[in-house]
Structure formats: structure tokens, C-alpha cells
Design a protein around this ligand. Sequence first.
Ligand code: NAP
Length: 327
Amino acid sequence: MEYVRLGTTGIKIAPIILGTMQMGWRVEEEESFKIMDRALELGINCFDTADVYSYWADNSYPGKTEEIIGRWLKDRETRTDLILATKLRGVMSDDINDRGLSRRHVHQAIAASLKRLQTDWVDLYQIHSFDDDTSIEETLHALNLLVDKGVVNYLGASNIHPWMLVESFWISEKNGYARFETVQPPYSIVRRMLVEHQMYHVIKKYGLGVIPYSPLAGGFLTDRYSRDGALPDTPRSEGAQKRYFSEKRWKIHETVKEIADSKEVKMTQVALAWIIAKDFITAPIIGANSVEQLEENVGALEVKLDEDEIKRLDEVSDWVQDYETLR
Ligand SMILES: NC(=O)c1ccc[n+]([C@@H]2O[C@H](COP(=O)([O-])OP(=O)(O)OC[C@H]3O[C@@H](n4cnc5c(N)ncnc54)[C@H](OP(=O)(O)O)[C@@H]3O)[C@@H](O)[C@H]2O)c1
């Protein structure tokens, strides 16, 4: 495994991160343990989670996923082998203050995450999104205290506008606070513009680590989906239909499939290899519902796309021609 530097930080991670959003509702605890065991065995040393996972499922609640990871960490005694990333900001309970990015909630959230995760520290603490009701100064001041105390090593931001990120850097610099070192946006071959339009320039200028989520577009970039076929039997298929079913995306889907077939590899592996080949990407965060899916996805690290294949994929998924931009 060739480890990569996480932005300008001093830590190295594998070029694929294990996402855990499926644990606690799609994937029960026993299988979750197997997935995490196998990921570590394969050399994946960074796991991503969030305090709110997995609030949306009838059989789950906010904090359940972190609790599963916590029991696994305790059982396997593997905390020091792992770069652990979690997030805060989501709605944790009916308490109106048990959410957001206020100073009060930052302190409440980290204490609760550490307890659920059964650890003394989080390596990467990310805001899950911005909070319109709290100034970024207040949030950064509170987050910086956590870094000073050593309970958090680095800060990251997910689902944030590029201008907010730049503003946050100015505030961090002015006050001598730790800054956001990573961004976690959605990014895949069928969802490029959000990152490549403006965020790309911020990433390059500030040397950020980029750890995108939904690199397989929530499963759309697999052969379970086809233009004429029925929707696959998964809770994510309606979301995929709404977001991705369009003429342009089907052309991308078909090109990924053609290239995968010609190389005798899986579509998932081509879609991931395309992302990993981008020079501004540190490591995509993969979702896997089983050890088999995990192994297949990590197998993308062995798939090398040649220049022509990358050119074909870049061209079929190009978005610049459809929008007016400064690029
Ligand atoms: N910051 C945020 O707001 C945010 C948002 C979303 C996710 N995330 C993070 O990113 C991680 C990954 O996100 P994601 O789950 O959307 O990623 P994804 O890789 O785009 O989608 C994962 C889904 O793809 C399907 N899949 C994965 N591997 C497969 C394989 N080998 N063969 C067939 N199908 C396969 C499964 O779909 P089915 O479930 O349909 O089987 C799986 O649930 C999450 O676990 C979480 O840590 C962060």
C-alpha cells in the first residue's frame, strides 16, 4: 500500500478511506466488525464516521454507528493503528441546542463522540456542514481549544462553500487557530462540478487534503443500474434515480462499463480508479455493505487507467461545456 500525505498535515493515510455510514442499519454489528477487520488487514488505516450516523433508519438512532466503532476499537485494541475521522453538526436529539456548531455544542459533541467511540482522541474532527446560526469565529475558537487540549489532532470541513473555507482560513490565521486541513465534498465521475468549479482552486492554493464521499454515486456506478433495467432493490435506488438518471449520466455509466469490460475489471473499480488518478484527490471514502464489496473496491488500487481511457472518461463526464464559468 502506498500511503499518501493528508493535505499539509504530518500524517499519512491509505489512498482509500473506509466510510461507515452503512453500519448500524444496512449492516449489522457483526458484519461491520468483519468489514473493519478486513479493511485494516488490507492496509486501510483511516475510517470516516459522524455523530449523527445513522439517525435516518427506523432500526437506528444518532450515535449508533459511533457506538459500533467504539465496541470494535475496544474489542480489537486497535485504536493506535487507526486514523479516526468523525463529524459534528447534525441533529442529535430534540434538544434545540444539541445540534449545530455553537461553542456549547462543539464541547458537548466531542465529549459524546469520545464516549461512544471509547477513545481519548479523534484524529480528524470535521464540521458536517456549515451552521447559519453560529459565526465561524465562535466555531473555530471552540474547535481550536480541542486541538490545544489534544483531544483532536486536525480539523476538517464537509459540505462547505469555497468562500466560507477561505474566510475560515483568514480567521484561523488572524487568531493563531488551527485551520481546516481537509475538505469532504461529494465527488464522483457523475458529480464533478461542485468540486472542480471553485473548490478546486481553494484546494490547490491552500494544499488541502481532499477526501470525497459518494465516489460510486451511492451505488449508481455499478452494473446493478442500467438504462432499461428495473431499479435495484436497495434503499438508495430512489435517491440515485432522482439525482443521476439523465441522458448525460447514462452515457457516463455506459462508458465506465465499456472500459471496465475491456479491462475485465468491475465498474466500481474503474469509477474509483478515475478518482484516485486525479492529482487533487487524497483518498475517496468508500461505502461497503460486505467484505466482498470492500475487497472489490480496494481492488481499484490495482486498476491503472491509461491516458486514452482517462481522456474518454474525462470527456464524457465534462461539465464545463454545459455551464458558464471563469474556467
Ligand atoms: N459528509 C457527508 O455529508 C457524507 C455523505 C455521505 C457519505 N459520507 C461518507 O462517505 C462514505 C461513502 O459514501 P457512500 O456510501 O455514498 O459511497 P458510495 O461508494 O458512492 O456508495 C456506496 C454504495 O454503493 C454500493 N456499492 C459499494 N460498493 C459496491 C460494490 N463493490 N458492488 C456493488 N455495489 C456497491 C452500495 O449500495 P447499496 O447500499 O445500494 O448496496 C453502497 O451502499 C460514507 O460511509 C460516509 O462515511 C459523508
